[in-house]
Design a protein around this ligand. Structure first.
Ligand SMILES: C[S@@+](CC[C@H](N)C(=O)[O-])C[C@H]1O[C@@H](n2cnc3c(N)ncnc32)[C@H](O)[C@@H]1O
Length: 205
């Protein structure tokens, strides 16, 4: 997967630059509370959760406050530095989602992948999903949110937390559902709201 490093670096460089502003923006708004509460309800008892592409740790913070043990990974060292400072009872690592997750010590009862897999080039997603399936315990739950649309490429935007240049991969609901089902995930709930697709799926066996 090494040939995609340049594309990734531009995206991650943007996240490093805006990490402080991104944290201020999202720590003050719990935009994912409804989905997080649903996710918590579906988690097997005493599960450890992997926050995949955790950003500055605001969702990890919510989960920790609910008594859940969280490990967060993100390729942006700026984001991880903030997460470590703000959520001291979770573990955070600078890691590339595409490099495999075997370094994280065992399996998870839940994987929270909120708006992070959308930065992975389409060609790599099947392999990443296979790895997510492997590190999820039987009976575990995964949440994924992605942007709806066609194709992939760079987008420059002025967001409330700063200017960002990011590589996005867009999906339709059938394509992402098919990718998950091909890896044996069972879709529990799939929503398309505006430009966003969100999915809850189980590892049944
Ligand atoms: C839109 S932010 C989402 C952050 C957080 N999950 C949230 O919902 O606010 C995307 C995050 O994915 C991270 N990311 C992008 N590509 C990654 C990769 N290949 N490996 C690990 N993290 C990655 C970025 O650094 C960024 O923090």
């Amino acid at each position: 997967m090494k040939n995609s490093r340049t594309k990734e670096n531009i995206t991650i460089e943007s996240y490093n630059k805006v990490a402080g502003g991104y944290a201020d923006y999202y720590y003050h708004r719990n935009v994912m509370q409804r989905e997080l509460d649903y996710f918590i309800d579906l988690l097997p008892h005493k599960s450890r959760v992997l926050d995949l592409g955790c950003g500055p740790g605001h969702d990890a913070n919510y989960l920790v406050r609910k008594g859940i043990c969280v490990v967060g990974i993100d390729l942006s060292c700026g984001m991880i530095a903030i997460a470590k400072r703000r959520v001291q009872s979770a573990d955070f690592y600078v890691m590339d989602i595409k490099d495999g997750l075997s370094g994280l010590g065992g399996k998870f009862g839940g994987i929270w992948a909120c708006s992070s897999l959308l930065h992975i080039e389409r060609q790599y997603l099947p392999e990443v999903i296979r790895e997510l399936y492997r590190v999820l315990k039987k009976g575990g739950i995964i949440y994924i949110s992605l942007k709806h649309g066609k194709g992939e490429g760079y987008k420059t935007e002025n967001r409330p937390y700063g200017k960002v240049i990011r590589y996005f991969t867009y999906y339709n609901t059938a394509e992402i559902a098919g990718l998950l089902e091909n890896q044996n995930f069972k879709i529990k709930k799939l929503n398309k709201r505006g430009r966003w697709i969100s999915i809850f799926a189980n590892k049944v066996y």
